[in-house]
Ligand binder design. Sequence first.
Ligand code: ZN
Length: 180
Amino acid sequence: MKKFFLLLSVFMTLLFSLTASAEKIQSHRTMEKQHNSNPYYSRTDTTKLNLPDAVWKKVLSPEVYATARQKKTELSFSGKFWDYTGKGTYYCAACGNALFRSDAKFASTCGWPSFFEEVRKSSVTYLPDRSHGMVRTEVLCGRCGAHLGHLFDDGPPPTGKRFCMNSVVLDFVPDRQGAK
Ligand SMILES: [Zn+2]
Protein backbone atom coordinates (compact mmCIF):
# COMPACT_ATOMS: atom_id res chain seq x y z
CA MET A 1 0.00 0.00 0.00
CA LYS A 2 2.84 2.35 0.92
CA LYS A 3 4.41 1.62 -2.41
CA PHE A 4 1.17 2.52 -4.14
CA PHE A 5 1.04 5.95 -2.49
CA LEU A 6 4.65 6.56 -3.31
CA LEU A 7 3.99 5.70 -6.93
CA LEU A 8 0.88 7.84 -6.93
CA SER A 9 2.74 10.85 -5.56
CA VAL A 10 5.51 10.42 -8.13
CA PHE A 11 2.89 10.21 -10.84
CA MET A 12 1.08 13.33 -9.58
CA THR A 13 4.32 15.32 -9.39
CA LEU A 14 5.17 14.30 -12.93
CA LEU A 15 1.71 15.19 -14.16
CA PHE A 16 1.85 18.57 -12.42
CA SER A 17 5.24 19.51 -13.89
CA LEU A 18 4.12 18.40 -17.34
CA THR A 19 0.99 20.57 -17.11
CA ALA A 20 3.01 23.53 -15.85
CA SER A 21 5.52 23.36 -18.69
CA ALA A 22 2.71 22.86 -21.22
CA GLU A 23 1.13 26.07 -19.93
CA LYS A 24 4.42 27.91 -20.22
CA ILE A 25 4.85 26.77 -23.81
CA GLN A 26 1.26 27.77 -24.52
CA SER A 27 1.67 31.33 -23.21
CA HIS A 28 4.94 31.68 -25.13
CA ARG A 29 3.14 30.48 -28.26
CA THR A 30 0.32 32.98 -27.78
CA MET A 31 2.86 35.80 -27.66
CA GLU A 32 4.69 34.44 -30.70
CA LYS A 33 1.46 34.00 -32.58
CA GLN A 34 0.55 37.59 -31.83
CA HIS A 35 3.77 38.77 -33.45
CA ASN A 36 3.92 36.10 -36.15
CA SER A 37 1.23 37.94 -38.05
CA ASN A 38 3.27 41.14 -37.70
CA PRO A 39 6.39 41.04 -39.93
CA TYR A 40 7.43 44.54 -38.75
CA TYR A 41 7.84 43.47 -35.12
CA SER A 42 11.49 43.28 -34.02
CA ARG A 43 13.19 43.89 -30.69
CA THR A 44 16.58 44.39 -32.35
CA ASP A 45 15.88 46.28 -35.59
CA THR A 46 15.68 50.03 -34.95
CA THR A 47 15.03 51.04 -38.58
CA LYS A 48 12.20 53.57 -38.64
CA LEU A 49 8.87 52.36 -39.96
CA ASN A 50 6.59 54.63 -41.92
CA LEU A 51 3.59 52.50 -42.77
CA PRO A 52 0.02 53.52 -43.55
CA ASP A 53 -2.76 52.66 -41.09
CA ALA A 54 -4.18 50.14 -43.58
CA VAL A 55 -1.04 48.02 -43.16
CA TRP A 56 -1.12 48.29 -39.36
CA LYS A 57 -4.76 47.30 -39.34
CA LYS A 58 -3.81 44.00 -40.96
CA VAL A 59 -0.96 43.13 -38.60
CA LEU A 60 -2.12 44.43 -35.20
CA SER A 61 -4.84 43.11 -32.92
CA PRO A 62 -7.94 45.37 -32.85
CA GLU A 63 -7.08 46.49 -29.27
CA VAL A 64 -3.49 47.46 -30.09
CA TYR A 65 -4.60 49.12 -33.34
CA ALA A 66 -7.24 51.25 -31.57
CA THR A 67 -4.64 52.82 -29.27
CA ALA A 68 -1.52 52.72 -31.46
CA ARG A 69 -3.11 54.12 -34.61
CA GLN A 70 -6.40 55.68 -33.46
CA LYS A 71 -5.09 57.15 -30.19
CA LYS A 72 -7.67 55.49 -27.99
CA THR A 73 -6.94 55.85 -24.26
CA GLU A 74 -7.60 52.74 -22.19
CA LEU A 75 -9.71 53.16 -19.04
CA SER A 76 -7.61 53.96 -15.99
CA PHE A 77 -6.99 51.02 -13.64
CA SER A 78 -8.01 48.65 -16.45
CA GLY A 79 -4.70 47.89 -18.16
CA LYS A 80 -2.40 45.00 -17.31
CA PHE A 81 0.61 47.09 -16.23
CA TRP A 82 -0.62 50.09 -14.17
CA ASP A 83 0.39 48.44 -10.85
CA TYR A 84 2.80 45.84 -12.26
CA THR A 85 6.21 45.74 -10.57
CA GLY A 86 8.08 43.00 -12.49
CA LYS A 87 11.73 43.61 -13.41
CA GLY A 88 12.34 43.85 -17.12
CA THR A 89 11.91 45.94 -20.24
CA TYR A 90 8.79 47.39 -21.85
CA TYR A 91 8.64 47.31 -25.66
CA CYS A 92 6.24 48.84 -28.18
CA ALA A 93 3.51 46.25 -28.80
CA ALA A 94 3.21 47.37 -32.42
CA CYS A 95 6.87 47.20 -33.53
CA GLY A 96 9.04 45.80 -30.69
CA ASN A 97 10.99 49.02 -30.06
CA ALA A 98 12.51 49.19 -26.53
CA LEU A 99 10.72 51.98 -24.62
CA PHE A 100 11.13 51.81 -20.84
CA ARG A 101 12.98 49.89 -18.14
CA SER A 102 11.12 48.73 -15.06
CA ASP A 103 13.68 50.72 -12.99
CA ALA A 104 12.14 53.91 -14.38
CA LYS A 105 8.57 52.87 -13.50
CA PHE A 106 6.96 54.38 -10.45
CA ALA A 107 3.74 53.82 -8.52
CA SER A 108 1.34 56.42 -9.79
CA THR A 109 -2.20 57.00 -8.60
CA CYS A 110 -3.46 57.79 -12.09
CA GLY A 111 -4.22 54.17 -13.06
CA TRP A 112 -1.89 53.99 -16.06
CA PRO A 113 1.67 52.62 -16.15
CA SER A 114 3.95 55.59 -15.44
CA PHE A 115 7.66 56.04 -16.08
CA PHE A 116 10.05 58.93 -15.38
CA GLU A 117 12.50 58.15 -18.19
CA GLU A 118 12.66 56.44 -21.59
CA VAL A 119 15.27 53.73 -22.40
CA ARG A 120 17.14 56.00 -24.85
CA LYS A 121 16.45 59.43 -26.32
CA SER A 122 15.29 57.96 -29.64
CA SER A 123 12.84 55.53 -27.98
CA VAL A 124 9.99 58.02 -28.24
CA THR A 125 9.02 61.19 -30.10
CA TYR A 126 6.67 63.99 -29.06
CA LEU A 127 3.86 65.98 -30.60
CA PRO A 128 1.78 68.84 -29.16
CA ASP A 129 -1.77 67.62 -28.56
CA ARG A 130 -4.59 70.18 -28.24
CA SER A 131 -7.48 67.70 -28.26
CA HIS A 132 -10.19 67.58 -25.56
CA GLY A 133 -9.67 71.26 -24.67
CA MET A 134 -6.27 70.55 -23.11
CA VAL A 135 -2.72 71.30 -24.10
CA ARG A 136 -0.75 68.09 -23.65
CA THR A 137 2.33 66.45 -25.08
CA GLU A 138 1.60 63.27 -26.97
CA VAL A 139 4.19 60.48 -26.75
CA LEU A 140 4.74 58.32 -29.82
CA CYS A 141 6.95 55.30 -30.48
CA GLY A 142 10.25 56.52 -31.93
CA ARG A 143 10.36 53.63 -34.40
CA CYS A 144 6.81 53.17 -35.71
CA GLY A 145 4.97 56.31 -34.60
CA ALA A 146 2.39 54.41 -32.55
CA HIS A 147 0.46 56.51 -30.03
CA LEU A 148 1.65 55.45 -26.57
CA GLY A 149 0.21 58.08 -24.21
CA HIS A 150 1.12 61.52 -22.87
CA LEU A 151 3.98 63.25 -21.08
CA PHE A 152 3.45 65.39 -17.98
CA ASP A 153 5.79 67.46 -15.81
CA ASP A 154 4.61 66.16 -12.44
CA GLY A 155 6.80 63.05 -12.21
CA PRO A 156 9.32 62.14 -9.50
CA PRO A 157 13.08 62.88 -9.48
CA PRO A 158 15.50 62.65 -11.14
CA THR A 159 13.64 63.83 -14.27
CA GLY A 160 10.36 65.23 -12.92
CA LYS A 161 8.69 63.67 -15.98
CA ARG A 162 5.69 61.38 -16.01
CA PHE A 163 5.27 59.24 -19.12
CA CYS A 164 1.64 58.19 -18.72
CA MET A 165 1.27 55.17 -20.99
CA ASN A 166 -1.42 52.78 -22.18
CA SER A 167 -0.75 49.17 -21.09
CA VAL A 168 -2.25 47.80 -24.28
CA VAL A 169 0.55 49.19 -26.46
CA LEU A 170 3.28 47.84 -24.17
CA ASP A 171 4.91 44.40 -24.27
CA PHE A 172 6.77 43.37 -21.16
CA VAL A 173 9.80 41.07 -21.30
CA PRO A 174 11.13 39.99 -17.88
CA ASP A 175 14.87 40.01 -17.18
CA ARG A 176 16.37 36.56 -17.30
CA GLN A 177 16.86 35.17 -13.82
CA GLY A 178 20.43 35.58 -12.68
CA ALA A 179 21.20 37.95 -15.57
CA LYS A 180 21.82 41.61 -14.84
ZN1 ZN B 1 6.56 51.05 -32.19
